[in-house]
Design a protein around this ligand. Structure first.
Ligand code: ASP
Length: 305
């Protein structure tokens, strides 16, 4: 039986206000969201698998210097770039992730290789970089990742406390009815050398299970880790009888109660989607088979059915 595919994306949720983004910047960011959806659609229209669709989608956002993943990743406290990414398939709970990679152009591809080619789930640091290199993934030097804008933010963040974060991600139900998720991030500006957030941690920043839903989170990773956010949403759907939207709101409120904020996207086995956030906006987009793309960045949150 063929299912109508659904693909949802996010590209971070921090500092998205109308005061900060003028009309031109809004259009520029939304154009990249549309480009990302188009890449995922190209895979899904050809009958491709969700894993390939979410990777193609996230790859466009990693290549875009505007978002905090791949090119355009934020700087660590030491002025270096350390990226995290993950992919999970709800069909068989296979998963792959990398943390602290420094020279791979598309960390989400490295995560997919861990899923497909290795017996492991999570590779870190130099080992993850060299694993990706051994499979021929494209490498880039530090100057590719370190954009002028991120350097300015880094220098400002060194002087005053405050954080800058962002992640890109995608969730999908493909025409075989399988749920998939992916995330990719540079983490949080001025993070400690070696810090890993929620995005490459299966169950925290991402989770996908055909029995419930696929989720990709963005926000203050430490809180999503402490709440095991993505798997908690899946459990509330599977065992708690909550709708995906109610489960997403519950977990974001749990995180707020701890003092954290963020957002997430999800899709369930019936193709219902959730776009939830406790910040003022979230870069987001939705592609449903046979319907026009929808993209947005400011609040309020909500579901586009
Ligand atoms: N969750 C990411 C991290 O903590 C950052 C973000 O999504 O904004 O690394």
């Amino acid at each position: 039986m063929s299912v109508k595919y659904v693909l949802a994306i996010h590209a971070g949720c921090e500092g998205i206000t109308r005061e900060y983004y003028g009309p031109e910047a809004v259009e520029e960011h939304l154009a990249f969201l549309r480009k990302s959806l188009a890449a995922g659609r190209a895979v899904l229209d050809g009958g491709g698998r969700g894993v390939d669709a979410v990777c193609a989608t996230v790859e466009v956002l990693e290549d875009c210097p505007l978002f905090n993943a791949g090119r355009g990743s934020v700087f660590t406290h030491d002025g270096t770039i350390e990226m995290d990414a993950s992919v999970m398939s709800g069909e068989d709970l296979s998963a792959g992730a990398v943390a602290g990679v420094t020279g791979i152009k598309n960390p989400v591809r490295a995560a997919a290789l861990v899923l497909e080619k290795s017996p492991h789930v999570l590779l870190i640091g130099a080992g993850a970089d060299s694993f990706a290199q051994s499979w021929g993934l494209e490498e880039m030097g530090p100057e590719y990742f370190q954009t002028a804008r991120r350097r300015e933010e880094y220098l400002a963040a060194q002087k005053q406390a405050g954080e800058q974060f962002g992640t890109v991600g995608a969730v999908c139900i493909d025409s075989a009815g399988n749920l998939t998720t992916a995330s990719s991030t540079g983490g949080i500006t001025c993070k400690e050398y070696g810090r890993v957030g929620d995005s490459p941690v299966i169950g925290a920043g991402v989770y996908a299970d055909n029995a419930s839903c696929a989720v990709s989170c963005t926000g203050e990773g430490e809180f999503f880790l402490r709440r095991a956010a993505a798997t908690r949403i899946a459990a509330l759907v599977e065992f708690g009888g909550l709708s995906l939207e109610a489960a997403a709101s519950t977990v974001l409120e749990n995180i707020r109660a701890l003092g954290g904020k963020g957002g997430l996207i999800g899709v369930d086995a019936a193709g219902r989607v959730a776009f939830s956030f406790t910040t003022r906006g979230m870069f987001r987009g939705l592609a449903r088979q046979g319907e026009p793309d929808r993209v947005a960045m400011f609040g309020p949150p909500g579901i586009w059915q």
